[in-house]
Design a protein around this ligand. Structure first.
Ligand code: COA
Length: 257
């Protein structure tokens, strides 16, 4: 896949998507969003893929938010399109059928924090800083931040961060459940890859079904989806293989069937 503002590579069934505007701290302009949209649309068709990692180029930032130069042009009318475009692309990431891990290697501010939160879980380097500083610009988060931050960390934390615009450290982000782990900067991508490879070695249909059931909680029908997915998997080749391999004390060979 050839893009200008992002890089996409695939190795051992793991895709790495890198925001690549380090001189602008990987700020999310319209082109970055369009390229993310195309990249995830194309990656969704690659059935051999097992996990995606999203990160930012350079040592300073995952992404320092929506591009403020473009943002400044928003009017009440175009503001709707601006927010809905970002919301729909980030929703596609949240709805992605296989796990998406954010490797947060520096600032994750505004739309950058919202992108990290649209990923399924996050590892961060010790220098990562998180925040929703939109109030400083006279606006609020528009790419799902009010909803996902509230879901992840609770309303009290969301209200503190969104109304004060304060940046928090990786340590505090860990305490409030925004990230899963802090990993030394030079090991961050390897740690994400290690988890991604572990996911890749599991039964593929079960991994996808896990995401469907967990996601269904937000729609209030989680138990129904869990029971349905569980039942369907009981008819799969990989269920037979996984249970037989355990009982025969050997490694399972999954086929994704
Ligand atoms: N949109 C557009 N450009 C941005 C940007 C953004 N969100 N964030 C950073 N940049 C650009 C800067 O304008 C600068 O470009 P220049 O070299 O052409 O002047 C470059 O990235 C480096 O940023 P700089 O501010 O010089 O780095 P810093 O280390 O001094 O500060 C931040 C880092 C993250 C604290 C600061 O860049 C910042 O506050 N960015 C905006 C964060 C924000 O409000 N995001 C929410 C947007 S809705």
């Amino acid at each position: 896949m050839n893009f200008e503002c992002i890089d996409v590579s695939v190795e051992e069934s793991i895709a790495l998507v890198t925001l690549n505007r380090p001189d602008k701290l990987n700020a999310l302009n319209a082109q970055v969003l369009n390229e993310l949209n195309s990249a995830f649309t194309q990656l969704a068709t690659q059935s051999q893929l097992r996990c995606v990692i999203v990160t930012g180029a350079g040592p300073k930032a995952f992404a320092a938010g929506a591009d403020i130069r473009e943002l400044q042009e928003c009017t009440p009318k175009s503001g709707t399109d601006f927010a809905e475009r970002g919301q729909s692309i980030f929703q596609m990431i949240e709805d992605f059928p296989i796990p998406v891990i954010a490797a947060v290697n520096g600032f994750a501010l505004g739309g950058g924090c919202e992108l990290a939160m649209a990923c399924h879980f996050r590892y961060a380097s010790p220098n990562a800083q998180f925040g929703q500083p939109e109030v400083k610009l006279g606006i609020i988060p528009g790419y799902g931040g009010t909803q996902r931050l509230t879901r992840l960390c609770g309303p009290a934390m969301a209200i503190e961060l969104i109304t004060s615009g304060v940046m928090i450290s990786a340590e505090r982000a860990l305490q409030c459940g925004l990230i899963n782990a802090i990993v030394p900067s030079e090991q961050l991508l390897d740690a994400c890859r290690k988890t991604a490879l572990s996911i890749a070695s599991m039964a593929p249909l079960a991994v996808r079904a896990s995401l469907k059931a967990i996601r269904a909680q937000a729609h209030g029908n989680g138990m129904d989806v869990e029971a349905r997915e569980f039942a369907e998997l009981c008819g799969s080749h990989d269920f037979h293989e996984g249970t037989s391999a355990f009982l025969e004390k050997r490694s399972a060979t999954f086929k994704g069937q």
